[in-house]
Write a protein that binds this ligand. Structure first.
Ligand code: FA5
Length: 333
């Protein structure tokens, strides 16, 4: 029996068959127990001999089973360790980080420049009253921009703002001068889409009200912010223009950064980029509409096209790219 048991043990390869094996030989109904139970049929002299033999075999099998158990346990542990080994030298999985949209980057950069120049940032709503968007800004009743073919009306008195200038009205009514504010956000016009126009675009409005503010302060502020944003070599050009809410008024272009002379695709050889902003001295009528005395206070205002600034800054020749969300384009920023 001992030899058969030892031979059988060699074929056992896992813990559950080892347990079956233990029960088979050492359990209550096991082979060795059977022999002990059958000892009643033996003579007095034979009993201690057989009893001793059975106990010896039992002890030997117990030791062997214990050893086998430890071996099997170790084997299982090693197998697990091998399988679950982590190769720390393997290259990691690439994590794609999101990033700011180029337009938002420019917008934040613009706000930073104006904060540095002592301006305060204020907010204004995208849905505005016709009064704030046109009337209070001295816009004549028959001004073409009021037309339904140019402006998105919600009701007769409510519209999607066509520019950020209504924030001027809100600020002048709320704050006591002197103040310097900027306000950026979305604006809407019934414009046909082309390379430089979109029906939804972004403007940044600036307004400075104090005593003795002149056109020189306006020119200096615009020049400074353009140089801060694009670099010292950037030049500005002020062209006389008309806005109902400023007098005098001007439009501003900046020099074409990538100018290739005569046949330049960006400026058609003029040396000047597309129009970037409108500006001027706040019209006395507008000051009066907001309860300010034009004999005491004066000020300047400007409104810049943020999308166009982004285009000049990053050399983008088509405004559509800013709104199409093509990842091949966006991933370049
Ligand atoms: C205005 O909107 C005036 N409110 C600006 C102003 C403010 C003048 C304060 C004086 C004092 P204008 O319509 O020119 O002006 O627009 C200003 C800028 O917005 C333009 O120079 C241009 O850069 C940008 N812009 C206008 N229309 C579009 C459009 N459809 N798509 C993209 N950018 C546009």
């Amino acid at each position: 029996l001992r030899n058969a048991a030892i031979a059988e043990l060699k074929n056992i390869s896992n813990l559950s068959s080892l347990e079956e094996y233990r029960v088979k030989y050492l359990g209550k109904k096991g082979e060795l127990t059977k022999i002990l139970r059958g000892m009643g049929g033996l003579s007095k002299e034979e009993r201690p001999i057989v009893g001793k033999l059975v106990n010896e075999v039992r002890e030997e099998l117990e030791t062997r089973i214990e050893t086998m158990k430890t071996e099997l346990n170790n084997k299982a542990k090693n197998k697990k360790l091998k399988e679950e080994k982590i190769d720390v030298t393997l290259p990691g999985n690439k994590v794609n980080f999101g990033h700011r949209h180029p337009l938002m980057k420019v917008l934040e950069e613009l706000e930073d420049v104006f904060l540095k120049m002592g301006f305060e940032i204020v907010e204004g709503p995208e849905v505005e009253t016709v009064y704030n968007n046109f009337d209070a800004l001295n816009s004549p009743d028959n001004h073409p921009s009021r037309d339904k073919s140019d402006t998105f009306y919600i009701t007769e008195d409510i519209l999607l703002r066509t520019h950020t200038s209504p924030v001027q009205i809100r600020t002048m009514k709320e704050k006591n001068p002197p103040f310097k504010i900027v306000s950026a956000g979305r604006t809407f016009r019934f414009d046909d889409v082309d390379d430089t126009h979109s029906p939804m675009f972004h403007q940044l409005e600036g307004l400075v009200i104090d005593k003795n503010i002149t056109m020189a302060n306006l020119k200096h502020t615009i020049d400074m912010f353009i140089k801060e944003l694009f670099g010292e070599e950037m030049k500005t050009r002020f062209r006389p223009h008309y806005f109902p809410f400023t007098e005098p008024s001007a439009e501003v272009d900046v020099s074409c950064l990538s100018c290739k002379g005569e046949g330049c695709p960006d400026c058609h050889g003029t040396g000047w980029s597309m129009e970037l902003l409108g500006c001027g001295m706040v019209h006395p009528e507008v000051l009066k509409n907001c309860g300010l005395d034009p004999d005491e206070y004066s000020g300047f205002a400007f409104g810049l096209g943020v999308d166009r600034i982004a285009m000049v800054k990053y050399g983008i020749n088509n405004i559509r790219l800013l709104f199409e969300n093509d990842m091949r384009f966006l991933n370049q920023f």
